[in-house]
Design a protein around this ligand. Structure first.
Ligand SMILES: Nc1ncnc2c1ncn2[C@@H]1O[C@H](COP(=O)(O)OP(=O)(O)OP(=O)(O)O)[C@@H](O)[C@H]1O
Length: 239
C-alpha cells in the first residue's frame, strides 16, 4: 500500500509537484502518465524517500518514509529513471551486494538471483563489468536487483525506456505478475499505449498537478462523451 498526502515540491518558482494526494492499493498496478516535465520523476523520488518534500507525507505499508526510512525502504523495490550501479562489479556481484544490504539469506539470494537472471536474460552477461553492459541490459539488471528481496511495493520510473520489444514484453508481464501476486505497483510513463496495456488505474500529471485519476474504462467514458479517441483526450487534458 502507498498512501500519499499533499505531497509538494517546488524548485524556486517552479511548482514541480503540488498537493499530490493518492492511495495505491495492494494488487493494483497504477501508472502516472504525463508529458515531459509533468512531475512524474519528482513524485516518484519523493514517495520513495530519495528526496525530502517541502510539504506532505508518504506511508509505505503504513510506515512513514520520512520518520522510519529504513523500515519503509525494506518493503520497497525502486527502479529510478537512471539506475546507479557500482560500475566495476559484475551483475552477480552487484546482486550479492544488494542481498547483503537487505540482509537476505545467502543461499536464498543466490537462488532468487538465478531465477531473475533467467527471467530477464542476464546469464549471458554475468562475466562483464556493469560499465560494459548495454543500456537495455543495465535496465534489466536494475529491475532484477529491485525485485531480489521480494518487495511488497514496487516503484519503477519509465520502465520501458531503452528496452527492445522482447524485453519490454518481459517487463510488462512481470509488472502485471507482481500486482497479481498482491504487490503494490506504481510506474511512470509518457506513453499512452503502455498504460492501456498494463495499468489498472491511471493518474494523469500535468504541470505538477494530478488532473485525472481513474481506470482506463473511466478515461474511455470521457472518450465516448466527447467523441474523441484516447490520445485526443490525453492531449486535450494536458492542453
Ligand atoms: N533538481 C531540479 N531543479 C530544478 N528543477 C527541476 C529539478 N528536477 C526537476 N525539475 C523540473 O521540475 C519539473 C518536473 O520534472 P520531472 O523530472 O519531475 O518531470 P517528468 O514528468 O518526470 O518529466 P520527463 O518525462 O521529461 O522525465 C520540470 O520542469 C523539471 O525541469
Amino acid at each position: 500500500m502507498i498512501q500519499i498526502e499533499k505531497l509538494t515540491m517546488h524548485y524556486g518558482d517552479l511548482k514541480a509537484l503540488n498537493d499530490l494526494t493518492l492511495e495505491v492499493r495492494p494488487g493494483e498496478l497504477f501508472a502516472f502518465l504525463g508529458p515531459n516535465g509533468a512531475g512524474k520523476t519528482t513524485a516518484i523520488r519523493l514517495l520513495t524517500g530519495m528526496m525530502k518534500p517541502m510539504k506532505g507525507r508518504v506511508e509505505i505499508c503504513g510506515i512513514d518514509i520520512q520518520k522510519e526510512p529504513l523500515k519503509a525502504k525494506s518493503l520497497l523495490g525502486y527502479v529510478p529513471d537512471v539506475a546507479a550501479f557500482y560500475e566495476k562489479l559484475t551483475a552477480p556481484e552487484f546482486m550479492q551486494f544488494i542481498a547483503e544490504l537487505f540482509e537476505m539469506d545467502v543461499a536464498y539470494a543466490a537462488e532468487r538471483t538465478k531465477d531473475l537472471f533467467t527471467q530477464f536474460a542476464l546469464h549471458e552477461h554475468c562475466r562483464q563489468r556493469i560499465e560494459n553492459l548495454s543500456h537495455g541490459t543495465r535496465q534489466r539488471l536494475a529491475i532484477a536487483s529491485a525485485l531480489l528481496h521480494e518487495p511488497k511495493v514496487f516503484v519503477i520510473d519509465e520502465p520501458m525506456v531503452g528496452l527492445d520489444p522482447i524485453h519490454a514484453r518481459v517487463v510488462k508481464e512481470e509488472l502485471k505478475r507482481q500486482a497479481r501476486n498482491g504487490a503494490t505497483v506504481l510506474m511512470s510513463t509518457h506513453l499512452l499505449n503502455i498504460v492501456e496495456e498494463v495499468a489498472d488505474r491511471i493518474g494523469i500529471l500535468h504541470r505538477g498537478k494530478l488532473i485525472f485519476v481513474g481506470t482506463l474504462q473511466e478515461l474511455r467514458a470521457e472518450e465516448a462523451k466527447q467523441g474523441l479517441n484516447l490520445e485526443e483526450i490525453f492531449l486535450e487534458m494536458v492542453g
